[in-house]
Design a protein around this ligand. Structure first.
Ligand code: ZN
Length: 189
């Protein structure tokens, strides 16, 4: 899978569907082919944001040399998670940085989306994964001079604050992470 930045936000991406402008991708990670990967149909996938849920089209691309297919995931998604990057990040931010109780986080999510099935078990699962990926996420920040502080003994709270600063400075964290690191953000280590 390839994580790509789209100019459109999730609502517009959803509205445009197959008519989106999909970035061209070059180079196959499997066989080392350097040329352009070909478009190879779509599949649909659910995504739940803070305020809504969608069923969106994901473009598949195929290497003409080895035949391997890759999915072109917009960077508002986290692979294998139904919740969007923003929704998961907000939950982590509430929990680790603002230190909201689990009940308070659930009620915040219900305020944002009255149809939401968001529950305490989501918080458990996001926190569990975050604790596992904290060391590797810490090492992502070693690529940037301005984020190269508090590097030893990383705490989830500090890492989430760094991600927040990164996002607030108009960077696409999820896409940058994908480019610099061996696995996408929030992947099982
Ligand atoms: Zn290939």
């Amino acid at each position: 899978m390839i994580i790509a930045k789209f100019i459109k936000n999730i609502t517009e991406y959803n509205k445009l569907g197959k008519a989106n402008i999909f970035p061209c991708k070059y180079g196959c990670t499997k066989c080392g082919y350097m040329g352009r990967l070909h478009r190879h149909g779509f599949y649909t996938r659910n995504v739940i944001t803070r305020s809504s849920s969608y069923r969106i089209y994901i473009l598949r691309i195929k290497c003409p040399s080895c035949g391997k297919t890759h999915s072109l995931l917009p960077s508002f998604l986290i692979p294998y998670y139904q919740y969007s990057f923003d929704a998961i990040f907000l939950c982590l931010y509430y929990s680790y940085v603002l230190e909201y109780s689990y009940n308070k986080i659930v009620s915040r999510f219900k305020e944002l989306n009255t149809q939401s099935y968001f529950s305490i078990s989501n918080i458990y699962s996001f926190r569990k994964r975050m604790s596992k990926v904290t060391p590797v996420t810490n090492s992502f920040f070693a690529h940037f001079d301005e984020y190269y502080y508090d590097m030893h003994n990383p705490e989830a709270k500090r890492i989430i604050e760094k991600i927040k600063t990164f996002i607030d400075s108009n960077e696409d964290f999820n896409k940058s992470y994908f480019i610099k690191m061996p696995k996408p953000f929030f992947s099982k280590p």
